[in-house]
Design a protein around this ligand. Structure first.
Ligand SMILES: *Cc1c(COP(=O)(O)O)cnc(C)c1O
Length: 365
């Protein structure tokens, strides 16, 4: 039963109630240890169990092949924008695809460490609203990797398939789509994700990297950010974000419970997410007041930006939403309008409540 307002924040984003309740119940004493998780040695037996279980569950949920490392790192996806080229570019060539604000940041940061070429980009003068057709991409065959952002959280543009392989190792920022649907891990050399969208508390970064790609960091790479050092030390070269890893582990358990009894695993979650997004886009497309400007095949199932044709109604829309327990719907400042983020923790009933409100608001104005 819903006991709290529905939170549509893009990140840090809503967490499953069950996870927060469990964390609260275990706050003072984790499983009879006499300690809170945040008070435990990261090298002790209790935390060892927590991080091992988290990794096992994540591997199971995403089907991570055995020849990939799962690393629990820090600094969020923006730090990873530097950490990726430090580890994978060999200070040589790296190619990027720009489909929105986040991949634009990624390629700018990478320029500090390597020779960056944009294999494809969208003319953003009218906003990022589509993925450039794959046949127009022109990656360099001798690039060390091809980087893309699987879901542009700000612009609401999502890759629904892994972009063709182009014969290059693929690197993906999956911060806002990881665990929302199945992913072909083996098609990538490296996947990274900040935790605060679909996984847990901000600060934790998940990195899934092929073992052959590890061990080639440029000499200036900080030891704490070197994938080889992190892998060799089981993500404990320095103190990892222990509490965030614990919460992430509870989210993985929650996801496994959601898919219990279904052989589909994360595909069942994906189906639920598809239904949620369809409900909201259908409301927007049927309306004379609201619109979304992203090309239909490239629309995000996690972040749905939309605008009111009469922008003078924006404040009234947000206030009405707030008073009905529909929180954090204001769009990103660079895009304006509204944005509803509907990650795994948002139930269909929350999207239905939003749609009901949007339709009532349109009738009243
Ligand atoms: C939120 C987000 C980021 C930034 O994450 P930080 O944790 O703030 O560094 C980068 N990329 C994508 C796709 C995101 O959604």
């Amino acid at each position: 039963m819903q006991t709290r307002p529905y939170n549509f924040s893009a990140g840090p984003a809503a967490m499953p109630d069950d996870v927060l309740r469990q964390a609260a119940a275990e706050m003072l004493d984790w499983h009879g240890s006499g300690m809170s998780v945040m008070e435990m040695s990261h090298r002790g037996v209790h935390f060892g169990r927590i991080i091992e279980q988290a990794e096992t569950d994540l591997r199971e949920l995403l089907g991570v092949p055995a020849d990939y490392h799962v690393l629990f790192m820090q600094g969020g996806a923006l730090a990873e924008n530097a950490i990726v080229p430090l580890n994978l570019s060999r200070a040589a060539k790296a190619d990027y695809v720009v489909t929105g604000a986040w991949s634009q940041k990624s390629q700018l940061e990478a320029r500090k460490y390597c020779d960056v070429h944009l294999a494809a980009q969208v003319d953003a003068s009218h906003g990022y609203d589509r993925i450039p057709p794959l046949h127009t991409w022109q990656p360099r065959p001798d690039a060390q990797y091809l980087h893309y952002c699987a879901n542009e959280t700000i612009d609401g543009v999502e890759f629904h398939d892994v972009p063709g392989r182009f014969g290059l190792p693929l690197v993906a920022d999956m911060s806002s789509t990881i665990l929302s649907r199945p992913v072909d891990v083996a098609a990538h050399t490296c996947i990274y994700a900040g935790a605060q969208k679909n996984i847990g508390p901000a600060g934790l970064t998940l990195v899934i990297v092929h073992r052959d790609a590890v061990g080639h960091a440029i000499p200036a790479c900080p030891s704490a950010f070197d994938y080889a050092v992190a892998a060799r030390n089981g993500s404990m070269y320095n103190t990892p974000p222990t509490y965030a890893i614990y919460i992430a582990g509870l989210v993985f358990q929650w996801l496994k419970r959601q898919t219990e009894g279904s052989l589909q695993g994360i595909a069942a979650i994906a189906e639920r997410n598809r239904k949620k997004a369809e409900l909201l886009y259908r409301c927007i497309d049927a309306s004379a007041l609201y619109y979304n400007r992203v090309a239909k095949p490239d629309r995000s199932r996690m972040n749905v930006p939309f605008f009111l044709r009469d922008e003078t109604l924006n404040e009234a829309f947000l206030q009405g939403a707030q008073s009905r327990g529909l929180l954090q719907l204001k769009g990103h400042k660079s895009v304006g309008g509204m944005r509803a983020s509907i990650y795994n923790a948002m139930p269909l009933a929350g999207v239905q409540a939003l749609v009901d409100y949007m339709q009532a608001f349109e009738r009243d104005h």
